[in-house]
Write a protein that binds this ligand. Sequence first.
Ligand SMILES: [Zn+2]
Length: 474
Amino acid sequence: MTVIYSARWLLPIVSPMLEDSALAIDGSTIVAVGPRGEIVSAFPNSPIEDFGQAAILPGLINAHSHLELTVMRGFLEREESDFSAWLRKLTSARPAMTPEDLIVSATCGAIEAARAGVTSVGDSSSSGAHTMQALRRVGLRGIVYQESFGPAPERAAENVAQLCDQIGGMQEYENDLVRAGVSPHSPYTVSATQLEIISRLAIDEKLPLMVHAAESQAEKLLLLEGRGAFAEGLNKRGIDWDAPRISTIAYLQRHGVLDTRPLLAHCINVDDNDLDLIKQSGAAIAHCPKSNAKLGHGCAPFAQFVSQGITVGLGSDSVASNNTCDILEEARFATLLARLDWGSSPRVSKGPGSFDLSDGIVELPDSRKNALVTAEQALFAATVGGARALRIENRVGALAKGMQADIVVVDLSSAHQQPISNPAATLVFSSSGRDVLLTMVAGKEIYRDGRVSTASEEELRIRLTEIRSKFEGT
Ligand SMILES: [Zn+2]
């Protein structure tokens, strides 16, 4: 049966915004998008859901999350001044979680995402099969990247064998919505040999690959100078490290990772040469501005990613370093942060809404650095950009005939949003996930009117508190 959803505004993202518009959904697919009158007369017997003073837009894409770590929200804050201690505490607490605990924690994260209008995630997980079960339970779409660790090169083959077993276990949970991928965790936790083997595996088996890249100063010092907290950590474990004296991105290229067109999380410490390498390789970036700021890592050059036409989506990272999974809020933060120093540069003087986003490339003036990032560009990253980063843009990320019905309806009637002249700006600068009215994935409503329809939230919340008590005090 075809159902019509209408609202005052509809933002297809890949085509201009429509007023008093509607879309028609049949099963899991969008079958028409256009002015309300036209859609109603094309489907005269279909029920109409009218959301009034609201915006319908493509479901938001969280390009980098760690849903299994939802239970660690606020748990690592004493370690935030020392990233290496932060990671150590995280990895030593995680084994206390049983498989059921991991599913509960990831399910709570998936619920939080659904409530905030997120329909797809690019999730990095130590226990991929469990996270896939959580996504399926809540009804989210996503790629789950199974993490692989191992800084000692002599153990690379053994570690990759374990990864292959884990991928085998994940494949039984794959369906139309959820897919398995691989994640060699980072250049400081995975040896060059292991990076090479996993990259080969990803290409041969057509597995999407995600890696943390150019995130912290400690990583930069390790690669460029062979010193700092990560170097000391390797040294203590008796692992030889010969600093390559090149950037993270150049290192990933040298060891075959860029050949996989990877998803690179963070990319804070990148220079012009790195950005060229990223663009030429067809890699994508998951920009995680709030996590980067909370851990004091720095500010990734989002304006440059956008102006250079690099594929970029927005990611929350884990709620242990954010502390929310809210992509509208992430878009606001990304935009504001990108504007911090734009005033000293030539100003882009086009008015709001004047960018043509139809091909995803935004024209900027000659001086491309520090250009003003617009609300429209941030929304593009939160939807189409994220879909491209996860390589699912042929199915989701935009509202158009034939696309999957992954949509979000955001209320724009509240006091904190009035008055409205440009709905894109209202969405990015005045709204958050808390304004979401409806989240739909593949035509199925998973969140509506304050309730997630696919899981018992209260029961899960009690379980989450019990799990957290297991490692309080560690
Ligand atoms: Zn991460």
